[in-house]
Write a protein of this length. Sequence first.
Lengths: 666, 248
Amino acid sequence: MALDSKIPKGPIADKWTDYKNHINLVNPANKRNLDIIVVGTGLAGGSAAATLAELGYNVKAFCFQDSPRRAHSIAAQGGINAAKNYKGDGDSVYRLFYDTVKGGDYRAREANVHRLAEVSANIIDQCVAQGVPLAREYGGLLDNRSFGGTLVSRTFYAQGQTGQQLLLGAYSAMNRQIGRGKIKMYNRHEMLDIVIVDGKARGIIARNLITGEIERHSAHAVVIGSGGYGNVFFLSTNAMGSNATAAWKIHKKGAFFANPCYTQIHPTCIPVSGDHQSKLTLMSESLRNDGRIWVPAKLEDAKAIREGKKKATDLSESERDYFLERRYPAFGNLVPRDVASRAAKERCDAGFGVNKTGEAVYLDFAAAIKRYGTEDAYVKGLDDKDVALVTKLGAAIVKSKYGNLFQMYYKIVDEDPYTTPMMIYPAVHYTMGGTWVDYNLMTTIPGCFSIGESNFSDHGANRLGASALMQGLADGYFVLPYTIGDYLAPDIKMGEISIDLPEFLEAEKAVKDQIEKFINNKGTHSVDYFHKKLGKIMWNKVGMARNAKGLAEAIEEIAALREEFYKDVKVPGSANEFNQELEKATRVADFLELGELFAKDALHRNESCGGHFREEYQTEEGEALRDDDNFAYVAAWEYKGKPSDAVLHKEPLNYENIKLVQRSYK
Amino acid sequence: MKLTLKIWRQKNAQDKGGIVAYPIDGIEPDMSFLEMLDVLNEQLINKGEEPVAFDHDCREGICGMCSLFINGEAHGPDRGVTTCQLHMRMFKDGDTIFIEPFRAKAFPVIKDLVVDRSSFDRIQHAGGFISVNTSGNTIDANTIPINKDDADKSFDAAACIGCGACVATCKNSSAMLFVSAKVSQYALLPQGKVEATDRVLNMVHQMDLEGFGNCTNTGACEVECPKGISLENIARMNREYLAASLKG
């Protein structure tokens, strides 16, 4: 099967507008006759559900949490990009487009990224109209800050809780439609399979997580907005329940899975403290606006710090190595995430790490506190040479910007980041890969769409900070509601789809069989036991730096672990009740397949790009070395019975507007 | 650390339920409270017993999914945090810890420590929104300047995570802090003023239907709120409600 990305013809700046002007529409009366299932209620799923319902479709929305407001978009901290150019610093749609393509290390689809940049400004208007309290300046206008990989200030924010505020905005829009009866909300429900009738997505099988009942739900189209697969590493910044099951199930039924190896390791997370660790906590990238990253310049100092004989604050300026500022003078601490993560790993591998495990670097706010404090003292007419006063004033300003993050750090680590530098280390955060979609955001299963983090389309091999919120809302509010109409137009006379069709019964039976198998397995180890093992393989061999030998080993180890899992997993309780271990079992079963495809994709991509770093392919300075002649394509994998048999399809990436060059942040 | 856990076990909504004691050893001060429960559950599974059901998701204090009444306090003894951000260093070796679900008529128990908080969602359905289409065809965001103090207060109210600690803490099981946070967020913004009358009347009406109790101004909710939602919001909602009723 040849992949057709369905990118419209014409100049890039006109594609989306022209396309919207010519696609099929469904008239308002007919929308009432069409049902759409939306799986996941984060920024993408929530905004899509609300908009589709408002347009007049009958929406059924599903989330595994106890309320749609708890989807993991809620945890996004730093901000959302938009090409508003409110700061007058030269921003434009083209620059946002360019920065995103470059930031993605030239592995994203141009047309999609341009569309994203075009609609970005509208997202801010929409959210403000909905009452989202974004940060403001004293003049009453919206404030901005800068993020990694760009030279302009285009990031809108709400303290360190931007994701929360935007998600609650989408949730409020959903609530309005739920109140009107246009969205039927299914909380504590998990999609366990998709139903395909005559080659088209026509429904899902879901488990009611309270009663354990397996339910059949039909619709004229199915939208997957279930997020990313970072939890394949066990430890990540994802929520405990974040899972790939919806995305993986559609993959097994015909949706190609694209670029699974493109995973973002975020540079600023709180380091691992011990084996009991259940998740990792992100410290927003926005902190790199004001925090300076460093390690001791001398090995003996690093050793003394690890042994508790010295403290960070004992080291003078000349004894510190601000390695990002040293290596990348132009962007400094604001290089993109992949670059910052690798640089931190390089220093720690070389023995300069600063915590007990040797896997941490400092993120230091002393300079920012001094700078802000001096400025504030001057404005208030106070003595700006009084160190104690300046520190106090500066700390108050830093608190107003990042207060919740500093508090979170203090609670977890039990150290005060206002007086001693934070310790941070990279952790798995976001997955750029995902289900392959065309320009309409439709997967290779007709009628099955994929939006937000669960698709692959906009971030290439590395996502820039504050772009995930932008993409989730762009897909849900402004892109999918148009493109889905084009698909549904021929279905207006179809009427409701029966859930008693043989395809529904068959899918339901397969789901029930899998659950029964787990319950009756009577193995010896818990689900977490296997999940942690999988996570270790992934982190050690498919993590921040990969090589052919390690990847080949990982593929075998994951396949063996999967076999052991099915033989030896123990799931207590029964199928027909609230059973959290059973929920985990079905999710980990899918991670055990996805992890193998992930490694296979990483092994086939003989180049380094963005979040995918192959040790064999690097420049003399240790930067990622792309191979545009051989790998400027999207790797879309077709399921063929097991991950190792997956068949590769290539979508060539044609860059007509941006010249491919080696990414430089020096 | 060696501890004795006394945990509420209840098979389902119909079951009567009761406290069961579990001794546990090898707990480290750096563990979060939920990681401590993970350790217990792993042990229970290995022994062939049913693990303790409890709600949790983001484990970074923002999703509002985790709950737990720990030694008689919503989210436990620490201040300004949810249970997932509570760390074992807050306890001492040899402690006995009581762990119960959030209790309120409007939060029925589903299993063990898991409760049904969908009453909160239904209050939001009644009016927790601004009726604006999501088409993006609105005015430029900067054409509505908003006084920074109002914007900041609106944000502070909007920081509510909907966990239900206020209800669990209140001797009357009142949801006033939760409802007033949403009413205040919008009441403080020009965009929210258009529908202010209907919003407050509808949300309060739904709150009463759900069986939440009345507010008697003890302020316990504010003390236990992990996000520091202020009692000022309740005062603001009362003013809004009074004005709306008179208009009504």
